[in-house]
Design a protein around this ligand. Sequence first.
Ligand code: GDP
Ligand code: MG
Length: 797
Amino acid sequence: MTLRDADIGQTVRIEKVGGSGALRQHFLDMGVIPGTEITLVQYAPMGDPMELRLHGYELTLRLEDAAQIEVCPLSGKIQAQVRKQGEPLPEKESSGDTNPKAMFASEHPGLGEGGKFHPKGSGDPLPKGTTIKMALVGNQNSGKTTLFNRLTGSNQHVGNFPGVTVDRKDGTIIGHPDCVITDLPGIYSMSPYSSEEIVSRNFVLDEKPHAVINIVDVTNIERNLYLTYQLLEMDIPVVVALNMMDELTANGGGVDVNEMEKLLGVPVVPISAAKNEGIEELVEHAVHIAYYREKPENRDLCDKQHKNGAVHRCMHSIEHLIEDHAEKAGLPLRFSASKAAEGDQLIIERLGLEKNELETIEHIVKQTEAESGLDINAAVADMRFSFIFNLCGSSVIKPRESREHLRSRRIDRILTGKYTAIPFFILIMLLISFLTFNVIGAFLQGLIELGVGTLTTLVDDALTAANVNEVIHGLIVGGIFEGVGSVLSFLPIIVTMFFFLSILEDSGYIARVAFFMDKLLRKIGLSGRSIVPMLIGFGCSVPAVMATRTMPSERDRKMTILLTPFMSCSAKMPIYGFVIDALFPDIGWLIYIGLYFLGIVLAILAALLYKSTAFKGEAVPFVMELPNYRLPGVKNVLHLMWDKAKDFLQRAFTVILIASLAVWFLQSFDLSMKLTADTGNSILAAAAGILAPIMAPLGLGDWQILVALVTGFMAKESVVSTLEILYTGGAAAAMTSLTALSLLVFSLIYTPCVAAIAAIKRELGGKWAAFVVVWQCAVAWLIAFIVHFIGIMLGGV
Ligand code: GDP
Ligand code: MG
């Protein structure tokens, strides 16, 4: 039978993993290897994909991929012999100290105390004054960003979605000004499955950090140690940070740190990044191994008992064979050998092996496959996991099912339940928009408007009293205060929006949305993973475009990037708000939702179009971890809100301020550079006139609107500041409802701002970026035209 035929709740054992290439390697790296027990937890509400549990964590898989995995049901007899994942070890195995608290507290070699892993001073210390480079490497969602923030005091965004960290971030360690640490993207393995994995791997290989801090989520230790194993193969100084120790011990688990150090041959430090425990010790060890260049003690990471030592012999044979090549290429030997065995083309090329050597490797591989009964990729992964299971068997006391996990399962019964998932999703989205636009955001917005209004009057009066030059007076009040002030009042709404988005992300809910939306998204040629950038796109397109980097398929990635401009990003909100306040104050909320909805519908249509033209082909498989729900850290959320507020204020006082001043200036002077009272004669009006014939069919032929749209290219909020300056009599008097609707629709769709275009250019290149600008404008024109046309047919003006 295959995994697809399993029943809900049934546990089966994997016999054979089908498929090919990078995806199959990814399965293997995630622990989907022959011999593993796997339980079918549930199907997504639409029947696909399925949620599985293995090695103590949850994974999603599509039915068609599950059909490639052959399994056998566990009969009662076998089941009795095999320890269920997560169950505590039988009495005899967990000999000695079984009090987890005591084990957690147990001493382990300190610095230079004769500890085996810190032969103080015997190493070869770095020259004095060297800047120590460190890298933070770990699985997605293992707490890297939390730890990074602890180490550097910086406030990087922390999320509970696998793969939130998508860009490389550097920082200096607090108290160690000569130590620079880089937060690398979260990865599961050193195989080139996603572009993230290649980035991280190349960083370690080429930038040669002096030390790697490998962060391991102890509540999910086996899968996390798989990456540790591969780091050790790379023969660089590593210190293992066992994170989430608080959760493990609270649930009755524990780690014999001394034993684990002995088996791994590197320092191991139990920490809790969230609770700020063990961080100092971790830094001490990391600095020490970096300074004394202490590489892993354990050079032979083979499980010699595994399959009669077949893989062990394979590895060592290849090591001997390629020793000179690895040295010449500057690659770690053991790492090169296992990658050569796995058939990793990138590494094989770098090694520059000759034909004979390649053939010899092929023979060795064939022999290993024959002896182990598995193909080489499965055999290597299996051997690694076998080493890890032995290691954990003798050094880890598994916790009982954790409170966090139980809670997650209970929450999931509703939030991913067959009949409840989608209604709850819609409800949550509605609630968020209601709270953002109507309750919290709107209330605070009122306060700020009041403040800005009062200040404007005060300044206005003061300037009049002081008899200030008319031009300067106009510039200050009409340009700066009107322009920037009108945008400032949107700060609360935007910050509230990011607050909710970050809660969704941080709690682990977005991963669930990806899970149950996968089937729908596939219909339009995307995968569940695309939902993350889309939702982030409601905040801002720039991080949304960057968030696509975790997507393993280039095709999905490109398509998702091209769809993000359709999302109503937070900078478009002021435009909606401005127009709604002026013309539709009574049905504002409906219009907000209508615009969000229109954006989504257009994105779907665009996806269908892309799918049947430029991006033919199938979406790639959907393999994703479902993390436990976690309460978002208050500090992280506050940090994020502050970051976004800062970002917004920065823009308000740079781009938007400059645009406001330019607009004010150009509308005050006519073509002969004389101050003009009638703005209709101004330079601006004349220049905008050029665009008028194109935009008139949309009802947007007014030069004020044209100028506003052009400034909106710099930052969408500028549309508002510009209109505020140019419509001296107020927008309500100047626009008809039909014009207003047309403007809203056009603003939603037309070209993203420069920052977003720059991000797209970085990810896809200049051609695509140019395409996005032209294409979005064309679509915007078309849709606004349709809206305008229907409006006129219905008798609007
Ligand atoms: P990253 O994806 O590896 O960067 O992981 P994050 O730093 O974003 O953390 C993922 C989740 O784990 C967040 O919800 C954190 O609050 C939580 N977390 C991080 N460290 C700890 C810890 O030591 N203990 C507990 N209980 N939770 C943690
Ligand atoms: Mg992160």
